[in-house]
Design a protein around this ligand. Structure first.
Ligand SMILES: NC(=O)c1ccc[n+]([C@@H]2O[C@H](COP(=O)([O-])OP(=O)(O)OC[C@H]3O[C@@H](n4cnc5c(N)ncnc54)[C@H](O)[C@@H]3O)[C@@H](O)[C@H]2O)c1
Length: 251
């Protein structure tokens, strides 16, 4: 566990799944955390689930809205005195249609949150990190940022885009002290996966079989990778897309 005492972090999509696990890990490592999500009930539940008196605040945030993102960054600076770590993690699923059958809404809903949202966040976070003496950004891509899957084109394109955006930002800001990396999880056990599994007996076996390691990931396994990328232990790691996928993309 790295020591992140004195560091201020902002996590988007922090109302559940991977984002909530990262908030828990950041707090355990000693950081102060802005818990950002567009779902206020879920975001507040993340804060309520932390140990008493944890240095965390919930800020209702829509990553597709520039003013909302700026307000979340301002909350980090105003409440905790700066910004050193950002985990840009908010994301949505695709509708499950082939390219020629997708609607404008199918395309823009996913691209707006998963790709434009990450850019909106970095645009607001980088100046605050430079003012804070440097920082580390971890963007959530996916194994589907490295390989494709049918009927998921908007999601696949958004997650490939996150990796390109990550590399470009790393070239621009690493020398100034802001490292920028992406994390690429395989399938992770979240509420959505459990819901589908409850309606289809074969689903979990199929999910496990996609990963050479023979199982899907737990949220804490992704959070551990994010924490490492965010920490000084990864001080020479920037511009990379780190697979946390049980060898899903190895073949
Ligand atoms: N679960 C997986 O198997 C898996 C695998 C690879 C990558 N990912 C990625 O990991 C990230 C987190 O996924 P998860 O599985 O924990 O999902 P989740 O649905 O549990 O959490 C996503 C969170 O993002 C929030 N959100 C959605 N749109 C938002 C917006 N516009 N502004 C702010 N918050 C918003 C939701 O309210 C939710 O709390 C996503 O980017 C997802 O694409 C997930």
């Amino acid at each position: 566990m790295p020591d992140l005492t004195g560091k201020v972090a902002l996590v988007t999509g922090a109302g559940g799944g991977i984002g909530r696990a990262c908030v828990n890990a950041l707090i355990a490592a000693g950081a102060s955390v802005v818990v950002a999500d567009r779902d206020s009930r879920a975001g507040r539940a993340t804060v309520d689930g932390l140990p008493p008196d944890s240095p965390a605040v919930f800020v209702e945030t829509d990553v597709t809205d520039a003013d909302s993102v700026r307000a979340a960054v301002a909350a980090a600076v105003g409440t905790f005195g700066g910004l050193h770590i950002a985990h840009n993690n908010a994301g949505v699923e695709a509708a499950g249609r082939a390219v020629a059958d997708m609607t404008d809404t199918d395309w823009h809903r996913v691209i707006d949150v998963n790709l434009t949202g990450v850019w909106q966040c970095m645009r607001a976070q980088i100046p605050a990190m430079l003012d804070s003496g440097g920082g580390s950004i971890v963007n959530t891509s996916s194994a589907l940022g490295l390989v494709a899957l049918p009927n998921q084109a908007s999601y696949v394109a958004s997650k490939h885009g996150v990796i390109g955006l990550t590399k470009a930002a790393a070239l621009e800001y690493s020398a100034a002290g802001v490292r920028v990396n992406a994390v690429c999880p395989g399938v992770v056990r979240t509420a959505m996966i459990e819901e589908v599994a409850a309606t289809d007996d074969t689903f979990m076996d199929k999910m496990h079989a996609m990963h050479a390691i023979g199982r899907i990931a737990e949220v804490d396994e992704v959070a551990d990778a994010v924490l490492w990328l965010a920490s000084p232990a990864a001080s020479f790691v920037t511009g990379t897309a780190l697979s946390v996928d049980g060898a899903y993309t190895a073949s």
